[in-house]
Design a protein around this ligand. Sequence first.
Ligand code: ZN
Ligand code: ZN
Length: 123
Amino acid sequence: MVKQSRNTKQKELIKNELDSINTFFSAEELHSRVKKKDETIGIATIYRYINELKGKGEVFSYVCDRRNIYSKGQKSHCHFMCEKTGKIIHFEINNLDFLKNKIPGSIKSFQLEVKGICRECQE
Ligand SMILES: [Zn+2]
Ligand SMILES: [Zn+2]
């Protein structure tokens, strides 16, 4: 049996955690999940791994509230920001047909920010 290097084992652990995430995530969120399984994995290792996946086109990055967040597919990244509290709520748009005629090309991913008053604040 080939003994796996520490590095490979750590990557496998991170990958397993990543597989269970189906939404946007930050490096910190991924790190806190991974840390529960192996305390020795540092945030730098997480960043290195994410960048590696980004290079391979397996992970995509977006800017969310001035932070970088990531997703495993090319998704739409849509914000609804409550002007009263500054809270950001994510929502998904799967169909961009209403924009089709306005955009001079084919759409692969997009980022959208909508502002208003959230339901909670309206009550
Ligand atoms: Zn966001
Ligand atoms: Zn609100």
